[in-house]
Design a protein around this ligand. Sequence first.
Ligand SMILES: Nc1nc2c(c(=O)[nH]1)N[C@H]1C(S)=C(S)[C@@H](COP(=O)(O)OP(=O)(O)OC[C@H]3O[C@@H](n4cnc5c(=O)[nH]c(N)nc54)[C@H](O)[C@@H]3O)O[C@H]1N2
Ligand SMILES: Nc1nc2c(c(=O)[nH]1)N[C@H]1C(S)=C(S)[C@@H](COP(=O)(O)OP(=O)(O)OC[C@H]3O[C@@H](n4cnc5c(=O)[nH]c(N)nc54)[C@H](O)[C@@H]3O)O[C@H]1N2
Ligand SMILES: [Mo]
Length: 778
Amino acid sequence: MGKPSDESAHGASGEASFEPDDTPAGGWGSLRAVARAIRGQMAVARSAEALPRVNQPAGFDCPGCAWPDPRHTSSFEFCENGAKAVSWEATSKRATPEFFAAHTLAEMWEWNDHALEDAGRITHPMAYDPMQDRYVPVSWEEAATRIGTALRALPDPAMAEFYTSGRASNEAAFLYQLFVREYGCNNFPDCSNMCHEASSVGLPEAIGVGKGTVQLEDFEHADAVFCIGHNPGTNHPRMLSTLREVSLRGAPIVVLNPMPERGLERFTSPQDPAEMLTGRSVRIASTYFKPRIGGDVAVLKGMMKWLLDADADDLAAGGEGLLDRAFIEEHTRGFQALADDLSATSWSSIERKSGLTREEIAAAAGIYAKAERVILCYGMGITQHRHGTQNVQQLMNLLLLRGNIGRPGAGICPLRGHSNVQGDRTVGITEKPDAALLDGIRRTYGFEPPAAHGHDAVAAIKAIAGGRSKALLSLGGNLAVAMPDPQATFAALRTLDLAVHIATKTNRSHLIPARQMFLLPCLGRTELDVQASGPQSVTVEDSMSMVHASQGRLKPASPQLRSEPAIVAMLARATLPASKVDWEGMVADYDRIRDGIESVFPIFAGYNTKIREPGGFHLENAAALRRWNTPDGKARFLVAPGLDEDPASGPDLLTLATVRSHDQYNTTIYGLDDRYRGIKGGRDVLFVNPADLAALGLAADAYVDVEAHREDGLPTGRVIRRLKAVAFDIARGSVAMYYPEGNTLIGLDDHDPRSGTPGYKSVPVRLSASVDRHDDAA
Ligand SMILES: Nc1nc2c(c(=O)[nH]1)N[C@H]1C(S)=C(S)[C@@H](COP(=O)(O)OP(=O)(O)OC[C@H]3O[C@@H](n4cnc5c(=O)[nH]c(N)nc54)[C@H](O)[C@@H]3O)O[C@H]1N2
Ligand SMILES: Nc1nc2c(c(=O)[nH]1)N[C@H]1C(S)=C(S)[C@@H](COP(=O)(O)OP(=O)(O)OC[C@H]3O[C@@H](n4cnc5c(=O)[nH]c(N)nc54)[C@H](O)[C@@H]3O)O[C@H]1N2
Ligand SMILES: [Mo]
């Protein structure tokens, strides 16, 4: 491809080839991939030291995903993508001051995302020098002073944005929100705004809490598990061990996913010597349905419609019915409105919208109805839609109909993304603080925290674009690349007066010059964190509300690195000379940060004692105890109008989802392969159903241009050129390409109005054959 512009800012990728093979997930392929990843980072010694400590009682929490650890084991659980994440952080490559002296930002902008991070760990605090267009070394003290001065100079604290990516520990995130609130605003754009915000908004309206209700043990008791819109083989690989056990017990696993995902089909466990030696594998999905992208609400309404009809038939035949009437009566509101909506919805519209037949939907519903205890798992395939919030609520409706919540083996299981994205929320990263949070801060720290709602991620970019915000601090992440519409997002960020990036490695967000810009290198999860009172642990909360300690042991990548809590405290002190908070005291001993968390959030009672137990402790979840923290104390059925989880688009348009490859961690690109999907050596591919290719007169392997369209069918002018069309067994009418490249097709306004979650999985597009152009042919 040509040189990266703002429209296609991810740089060169190779020429992709497509060679499908049907090897099960896991197995020797996983071990080989790990060996390659470790060698590629020249991190053999550091990885050999680090890997055995992943997710161990005295080790560190894997930065790979938020799936919980089996509580009673101490054996190292092998995970290919966890190992990639660890060796990427434990790399022996370094981005030193000499490295930054050798490259201008304009030059680095032309590199691809892989090359930028592959420069290695940042070793020294750096400040941007606009005269040279380079980062130059700066002392920590000078950086803090300049940042504090710039923040104090803003006419209004609400003119600064404070982004968090979900790797930050509870301790770092808590200090960060305390700093920002004492400074005077609630502008907390967060990676979860792009991820599970639809759950955080949708679930509380239904059941009073915004988190999953199951624990790992529940999978031992479930009679059926549904996996909807998530890809565990790649994104939460340790879940495959759990699903394998479910399958071996003979409990059905039903998948709803427009793409065939290998990890949901068959798995050879690297933990199982017999499977590894014989090449045997375990089937994961007992039934694999491929609805079209955006067809989930139709499938779910179809399942509920079948259930109500079957229930009526059963009652008429003298049976007890299929619904849990006692539960519905005692614990819920809104059943009749749901039943009315379902009877008014026709099977023909359900079939058309879902892409599944009535028989297929009945089969899925039949499995649901037969199982005494059901867990529904879901990921980005549900949340990243224009009506993601209502999608989540339809899942909950289905569970409530048979009382599948608040008893062993049943409940809802959102697969959270980053390893501590859930914990960050629990300890106060939210743009809409509630009264309890504000009271807790006031009581504990004696200052008046601001109550006015702040910005989420989309609002933050818009405020910057509109000149209403002039500063951006990022506690990790790669905001510019993770957000939709790189053209608008990059242009907005170029207007900043101050940008501060607390990071481990360089990424594209760090290359967008602000008038003053700083790169502050921090310790990673794997590294030893020593403060005045000695070595420190941090704590994280997984997808199932288990909080546990994490302690790195590796020698830090550079003696200059500071921990995230120490950096946040330093910025707070430099910005707030009259602060009421004992920042030094808390950083000297993280137990004191946890005491503060416990004081602000009583749910953490006994924090410092409990995290010293191996495996940590569970944060109480009221809904799992059938206590509903809703206004009337009941769980609610919430009706979604119609069947469109995205604005309806023209009949001749396809719907595009952006997905992760097996060789990436969000915007971090480890390599150009996507092994399970048969892609090698490149990322510029588009997965298309062969029948759709034929209908468009396109050959497999043809180069296609993809243009995004509006709901009314008009083109948006957002185009990605020269993707290689891969004939793939994806649902008809649906196409997929990789994230973040696909962000060029998505507008900043293309989000769920209720949760702000961008519609990353629902772009109406039209395909056309690429015309060869000179600059592309090179
Ligand atoms: N190795 C690795 N691990 C990761 C990450 C990573 O990038 N790499 N990212 C982390 C983060 S932050 C997150 S949020 C999670 C993401 O984990 P996932 O939720 O698994 O993320 P995606 O790759 O976006 O894929 C979602 C799945 O949704 C399907 N899908 C797309 N559209 C639809 C639809 O309309 N309906 C249905 N039912 N399915 C659909 C796709 O085919 C794909 O299988 O993983 C976390 N873990
Ligand atoms: N099109 C499309 N866009 C999407 C998505 C999608 O599915 N499709 N998914 C969305 C989702 S679910 C999410 S969560 C966001 C992700 O958005 P982010 O969380 O902002 O992005 P990451 O790629 O995870 O951030 C990677 C960077 O984090 C820094 N980093 C790594 N480890 C550490 C650490 O320990 N400390 C600190 N301080 N920094 C560290 C490194 O500098 C690295 O470059 O993207 C969203 N964007
Ligand atoms: Mo995420």
